[in-house]
Design a binder for this molecule. Structure first.
Ligand code: HEC
Length: 147
C-alpha cells in the first residue's frame, strides 16, 4: 500500500511539473497557478519576435523603402485596418507615415488570441511608441467575420 501511495505521489508530481511549464530549462521550479496563466496565454512579445521581427525589425522600425515601420506608424490609428493587415497581409502600394511602400506581406497564420496578443504588443510596447490600447480577441474575431 505504501508503495502504491508513493508511486501515485511521484506520478502526480511529474504530471504537475510537465503541465505547468513549457520551458525545459526551468523544469525544477515549483508549480504555481500563475504558471498556468502565463503558459496558456500567448506572449505578444514572443509572437512578435517569431512572426514579425524578421521584416519589421525587433524595434519595429522596419527597413526604409522595403518594410514599413510599426513603431509610430500612422497606419495603426485604424485598428480594424491593422487587424485586417495581420490576418490577410497585403500586396501592392501602401502608405505609412507619408512614405509609399510597394511590397508583399504574407497573411499571418495566427489564431484570434495570437493576433490580439501580437498587436497588443505592437500597440502598447513602449519601444514602439504607439501609445495604443490593447487589442482583444473579440475585435479580431469581428474583423474576420466581416470578410
Ligand atoms: C515577410 C515580411 C513580413 C512579415 C513576416 C510581416 N510583415 Fe507586416 N508588412 C510587410 C510588408 C512588406 C508590408 C507592406 C505591404 C505592402 O506593401 O502592401 C507590411 C505591412 C504591415 C502593416 C501595415 C503598415 C504599417 O507599417 O503599419 C502592419 C500593421 C503589419 N505589417 C504588421 C505585421 C505584424 C504584426 C506582423 C507579425 C504578426 C507582420 N506584419 C509580419 C512585411 C512583413
Amino acid at each position: 500500500m505504501k508503495q502504491i501511495l508513493s508511486f501515485l505521489a511521484v506520478s502526480l508530481t511529474l504530471t504537475v511539473i510537465s503541465c505547468g511549464s513549457n520551458d525545459t530549462t526551468t523544469e525544477k521550479q515549483p508549480f504555481t497557478t500563475d504558471d498556468v496563466k502565463t503558459s496558456s496565454a500567448p506572449s505578444g512579445e514572443d509572437l512578435y519576435k517569431r512572426n514579425c521581427a524578421s521584416c519589421h525589425m525587433a524595434a519595429g522600425d522596419g527597413i526604409a523603402n522595403v518594410y514599413p515601420p510599426l513603431a509610430k506608424s500612422d497606419y495603426l490609428s485604424n485598428r480594424e485596418q491593422a487587424i485586417h493587415q495581420v490576418i490577410n497581409g497585403s500586396s501592392g502600394k501602401i502608405v505609412v507615415n507619408g512614405k509609399e511602400y510597394n511590397n508583399t506581406m504574407p497573411p499571418q497564420r495566427l489564431n484570434d488570441d495570437e493576433v490580439a496578443a501580437v498587436l497588443t504588443f505592437v500597440y502598447t510596447n513602449r519601444m514602439m511608441e504607439n501609445n495604443g490600447q490593447p487589442v482583444t480577441a473579440e475585435e479580431v474575431k469581428a474583423v474576420r467575420e466581416k470578410q
